[in-house]
Ligand binder design. Structure first.
Ligand code: ADP
Ligand code: MG
Length: 257
């Protein structure tokens, strides 16, 4: 039995006003347990569709998705999705937002409380547990969304451009946080973003999607030290890699214009 996440020949068509739109075509992707894989592509290249498929929110039109050799047929606590933006429950406090997924799991009260406290601390939110989402900054709200996904201790964490709406400093704080969480928990991370710098900084591998239909154009290993601080972004090796990935994204975007 294979371990980790695998997609083989995955395609997705949408019907839009009688017309078929192919969002993804022939996606082959493997992530071993503990891998950090980033997928970059222009807007419309199928990044969110890819994560919705892995999350089990929509079925593929072709191909198969497996986790540990078992087909993915719907959502499950083994996969935690942090969607693009604004998905907190506004009437729930921070701690009750984080507890949300846990309420659906067969855990006793003490274990639920332990996990809520643990992941609030891990994401730097311990002091805000009684706050409501509207009292938080954008960065704090995204921390809650991440803590909520982590609390279920998913084998695979799915991040959909989670920092797109944040200012540069907050975004970089969040990038450091995500790497820290990944190292602390050993979870597999599949993150999609249009931000090449972010993808190269975070990933062990960067997959470039071409548009129309969304398909894998290139897969680039990131040969930077595992211990990465933000200062790595100024290193020659980083800048070179970032430029070559940016060129690829641009080349595969331009092809359809
Ligand atoms: P990205 O996240 O990379 O911007 P998406 O996955 O959102 O791209 O979209 C990829 C393509 O699929 C786009 O052409 C988009 O219009 C189309 N698409 C996505 N979701 C739907 C849907 N629910 N119904 C119809 N078309 C969709
Ligand atoms: Mg998207």
């Amino acid at each position: 039995m294979s371990t980790g996440l695998s997609l083989s020949g995955v395609g997705k068509d949408f019907r839009v006003r009688g017309r078929t739109v192919r969002a993804l075509d022939g996606i082959d992707l493997v992530a071993a347990p503990g891998d950090f894989v980033c997928v970059v592509g222009a807007s419309g290249s199928g990044k969110s569709t890819l994560l919705s498929l892995v999350a089990g929110l929509i079925p593929p039109t072709s191909g198969e998705i497996q986790l540990h050799g078992r087909p993915v047929t719907g959502p499950g606590p083994d996969r935690g999705l942090v969607p693009q933006a604004g998905t907190l429950y506004p009437w729930r406090t921070v701690e009750r937002n984080v507890a949300f997924g846990l309420e659906l799991l067969p855990l006793d009260r003490a274990e639920r409380a332990r996990r809520v406290s643990w992941y609030l601390a891990e994401t730097g939110l311990a002091g805000l547990r009684k706050s409501l989402p509207r009292q938080l900054s954008g960065g704090q709200q995204q921390r809650v969304a991440i803590a909520r996904a982590l609390a279920c201790e998913p084998e695979v964490l799915l991040l959909d451009e989670p920092f797109g709406a944040l200012d540069v400093q907050t975004k970089e704080d969040m990038q450091v946080l995500v790497r820290q969480v990944w190292q602390d928990t050993g979870t597999t991370v599949l993150m999609v973003t249009h931000d090449v710098e972010e993808a190269v900084f975070l990933g062990q591998r960067v997959i470039v999607l071409a548009c129309d239909p969304g398909r894998i154009a290139a897969e680039i290993p990131v040969e930077l030290a595992e211990e990465r601080g933000l200062d790595v972004k100024r290193s020659a090796g980083f800048l070179e890699l970032r430029a070559s990935v940016e060129d690829l994204v641009r080349a595969y975007h331009a092809q359809v214009r």
